[in-house]
Design a protein around this ligand. Structure first.
Ligand code: SF4
Length: 266
């Protein structure tokens, strides 16, 4: 076969190079060009490369501590005298009741030994506002009752100490929860240790139930002597209740007489 110049140009475009035209026009064999491109394997399309990203680890979070049960029972009270204990109670964070209190209510009365320890229900709103316990009509009634029983909670001759069961007011006047009562026991226990009372008068249902360990109605707890921390306990009505229920004042007087006899015999 002979190739004219136009055919040669086309073959060259397709990648074939013809040898130089021999002299005399003899036919030449078709040979692949030296710079032949690599054949393309159309039967095997390029396999897409699957790129696998390395696994993404979830963000590392700092370990979350397990909830710690609230246990802030006050400690270190057992060496304090009354003034130091009062200061400690004012800033006490022994239970959750500290969070909403305006003033802790320590109580008042004898500064050294007391014949009577009067334990009342928790502070009310007026107590919380002033830090003074039973300062209004209920307090005056209690003072008259104590005076009639031969006791005083004010002045240098004070022989009684009056304190609430817990020193901080529970929100909305609810009853203190067991953990709050347990926490504040440390304060009450130290008051007992310092004052060394001969008898304890529990005034009100919450104080009566806590000190007797009973869930009986207050009326069933009255009229007998219970024991708490080795001390005799007599139960009677709360001063605030007696303000509203004059009919029970005679019964309360019986309770105070029982407390007086019990204290005298102790
Ligand atoms: S109620 Fe008692 S234990 Fe609780 S914070 Fe007040 S003083 Fe402390």
């Amino acid at each position: 076969m002979s190739w004219d110049d136009r055919q040669r140009a086309m073959l060259a475009e397709m990648g074939y190079r013809l040898p130089a035209r021999p002299a005399g026009g003899a036919p030449v064999a078709l040979a692949p060009a030296q710079d032949e491109p690599e054949p393309i394997d159309v039967a095997a399309p390029p396999v897409p490369v699957l790129r696998v990203s390395p696994p993404v680890s979830p963000p590392v979070r700092p370990p979350v501590a397990a909830p710690v049960p609230v246990s802030r029972a006050p400690s270190g009270f057992d060496t304090l005298d009354l003034p130091a204990l009062r200061e400690a109670v004012a800033v006490c964070q022994g239970c959750g009741l500290c969070e909403q209190r305006r003033h802790a209510v320590f109580g008042s009365g004898a500064v050294a030994q007391a014949s009577w320890l009067v334990v009342t229900d928790p502070p009310d709103e007026a107590d919380d506002a002033t830090g003074e316990h039973l300062g209004a009509d209920a307090g005056r009634l209690l003072d008259r009752m104590l005076h009639a029983a031969g006791q005083r909670r004010s002045g240098e001759e004070a022989t009684a100490f009056v304190t609430p069961l817990v020193k901080c007011r529970p929100p909305r006047g609810r009853a203190p929860q067991p953990a709050e009562l347990d926490a504040c026991d440390a304060v009450l226990a130290r008051q007992v240790d310092v004052l060394q009372p001969r008898v304890v008068l529990a005034m009100g249902l919450q104080a009566a139930r806590r000190l007797t360990g009973s869930t009986e109605p207050l009326g069933r707890l009255r009229g007998r002597v219970h024991r708490w921390r080795g001390l005799p306990v007599v139960v009677t009505f709360a001063p605030g209740y007696l303000l509203r229920s004059g009919a029970d004042k005679a019964a309360a007087w019986d309770d105070l007489c029982l407390a007086a006899r019990t204290g005298d015999a102790a």
